[in-house]
Design a protein around this ligand. Sequence first.
Ligand SMILES: [Zn+2]
Length: 309
Amino acid sequence: MRTGLIYHPDFLKHDTGHHPENKLRLTKTLEYLDKIGLLNKLANIPFDTANEKDLELIHSREQIETVKNAYSQGINLLDPDTPICEKSFSIALLAVGGVLKAVKEAAEGKLKNAFCLVRPPGHHSTPSRSMGFCLFNNVAIAARYLQKNLDHQRILIIDWDAHHGNGTQEAFYNDPSVLYFSTHHYPFYPGTGSSEEKGSKSGFGYNINVPLSSGSGDKEYVSAFEKILVPAAENFKPEFILISAGFDAHIEDPLGGMAVTDEGFKTLTEITLDIADKYCNNKIVSVLEGGYNLKTLPKTIAAHLEVLI
Ligand SMILES: [Zn+2]
């Protein structure tokens, strides 16, 4: 079995001009993966666009309508950081469709695991608001889809993007069936992510934030994974693991302010694979979130993929 790759050239059509989250992130990555011979080791997974019902697994009808109709109503910014173009809504639906296909194939045991080279990213999008470069929460929707349609109930979401995934946290804050684990730069955008945010009601204890100070690197990240994530996963025993794989905690990233190296990301991937091997038959789908250095992002993604493969 092979590692699946989710990619579609239409992801490039979410074109909002000069912006750190742009199509070169994907094209440069594909070029590099091809150059080093990794691309042909991956299984290219065909997929369809998601439908609005899939979005409703997480997002309010009002938010879906807002994003859908914004551009035609003359709105080209969903928030100060989140510009859209005419095609953005349909491309966001396509990204969700890709991630849903990946989890379906992985859940059914047709793939070793999968990486979704998608955009726009998702983890800042809350159940009611699109923000922070994110339109819809790809990973959160996938978690609910696994539960509702694929009979996988306990979902672990590991979010190592430099920013806190406020949207994912909010989606599952009261929910003990989704364990959300996030390492992130704190205090930093979007402002959430303190260790005191532990979930509420029956979800208390199932939201684990590891806020890290500016400039944290491999040592701090690996320690958080070994000392906090591994025992939490042992208690939780996930049936499926989703990674919000942002690579903006990389030492060369212009936005993240952290110092993780490619080796560090490899180790985080290895720890995740160990957890998946122990509890869930290696079922992992990794989904691109941030990562904005066009020179280093392709290499970091390649390092992550080498471990997944
Ligand atoms: Zn980020």
